[in-house]
Design a protein around this ligand. Structure first.
Ligand code: PLP
Length: 422
């Protein structure tokens, strides 16, 4: 379905996702991974239940970190036994919610985290299996994007710490560490970098496995890159599966029969290209020497990790609906901004853009991952964009997030006397 036709029906701004693109990306990724292996879909990238359901039907398990993500996975029909709860700070409330939804699989980041999961599991009366998230002691070389391991990190426990005090990382009551979790980086675009990352991970698993009584699962992480808010397409990793299989055959014999089970995680690779944000030019005007184009969407809807400057430095690709491939000589230096009352609401400064006029529709490509739910949705109270999930020419669902404040009964939290006022 052409996103512009969808926008004509539901209005702008709107995110349009195509499930066919997700099916293709999933096929590309699974053929790049060792066989057999399990693939977790990281709901952080896009928790839309229809997207999660599509990936679950394709065989993905779910990697989740919050009650909201558990709700999305449940709505998508993912069974609790296919969910892995991860994150460096798990509140008791979140663990309880997970246990209540049949989740028995946790990634733990420290002895405190393991103890907390163990205590909650004990009061719930169920056995749980934990992956121990490890922070490698050497930084990954040659990487791009966000490095989340090898340096001081809030994620996982340092390998050196685990080797020094292995007894603290084995079990807490009925929560047993039965695997290792090595998510090392994000948005890695080339095969060599991925291979060297998985090589470091497998070496580390071999070193740490001596400390573990059971090694049932090795989650090698992922970090498979994809374009974000820029034109382009997902990279291909034609020899990745064979190269990683060779390392596994060499160093983790038994993996082919699931001893240990090998798993991977991906968010952006699976969904980035499926999504387009369609918006409208509300105004185009000059100030001093600069041309400003004001859109009906900005960092509130495309925050790029909550506006934490993860939008491409050079600005996103903003493509006028006219689709007229503009001649470079027609390009106008333009600052593309959103409707919020802050100069931070800038998608890009001084970008070479085709001429745009009030009322034009424009699209931002490749925002199926880290789009709407990674944004500053509530800031300034603009309504949320529509979300439309399509497959081919079929519209499957139109939905809209509601950010709504509800008054809760103070008596739920306070002794009634203290809320009577003085
Ligand atoms: C964010 C995250 C992912 C997903 O990362 P992508 O770059 O979207 O594939 C996977 N695992 C963990 C632990 C994460 O924090």
């Amino acid at each position: 379905m052409n996103p512009l036709l969808v926008a004509e029906q539901v209005g702008t701004p709107c995110y349009v996702y195509d499930l066919g693109t997700i099916t293709d990306a999933h096929a590309d990724l699974t053929k790049s991974l060792p066989h057999p292996s399990t693939l977790y879909y990281s709901l952080k990238a896009n928790p839309h239940p229809r997207i999660v359901a599509a990936l679950a039907e394709l065989g993905c398990h779910a990697e989740i970190s919050s009650k909201g993500e558990i709700d999305s996975a449940v709505e998508a029909g993912v069974p609790g036994e296919h969910m892995l709860l991860t994150g460096p700070g798990k509140a008791e409330e979140t663990i309880d919610y997970a246990l209540g939804h049949g989740i028995r699989h946790f990634s733990v980041d420290s002895p405190v985290d393991l103890d907390r999961v163990g205590e909650r599991a004990f009061s719930y009366g169920v056995e749980v299996e934990c992956l121990l998230r490890v922070n490698a002691d050497s930084a990954m070389t040659g990487g791009s994007g966000l490095t989340m391991t090898g340096t001081a990190s809030q994620f996982g426990a340092d390998a050196a710490w685990i080797l020094e005090e292995p007894q603290r990382f084995k079990a807490h009551g009925i929560a047993t560490v039965t695997g290792l979790h090595l998510y090392m980086g994000s948005n890695l675009l080339d095969e060599d970098t991925l291979v060297s990352q998985f090589g470091i991970a497998i070496d580390l698993v071999v070193r740490l496995s001596e400390q573990l009584e059971h090694l049932r699962e090795v989650d090698l992480g992922g970090g498979f890159g994809a374009p974000y808010a820029k034109t382009g397409s997902r990279p291909q990793f034609p020899n990745l599966a064979a190269r990683v299989e060779e390392m596994l055959d060499d160093r983790l014999k038994g993996w082919r029969t699931g001893e240990p089970r090998i798993s991977f995680e991906s968010g952006r690779y699976l969904v980035a290209e499926s999504g387009v944000l369609v918006c409208e030019v509300l105004d185009a005007k000059r100030s001093k020497d600069e041309l400003f184009v004001v859109l009906d969407t900005g960092v509130n809807h495309l925050g790029g990790m909550s506006g934490l400057r993860r939008i491409p430095r050079s600005g996103p690709s903003v493509i006028p609906a006219s689709g007229i491939p503009h001649e470079p000589e027609d390009a106008v230096q333009t600052s593309v901004v959103g409707p919020l009352c802050t100069p931070l609401d800038t998608l890009g400064h001084d970008m070479a853009m085709p001429p745009m006029a009030t009322g034009d529709l424009v699209t931002v490509p490749n925002v199926g991952a880290y789009g709407l739910t990674a944004s500053l949705l509530a800031f300034l109270g603009h309504r949320a964009p529509m979300e439309v999930v399509t497959r081919g020419n079929e519209v499957l669902v139109v939905s809209q997030l509601q950010v709504k404040r509800s008054d809760l009964d103070p008596d739920r939290f306070f002794d009634p006397l203290s809320t009577q006022g003085v």
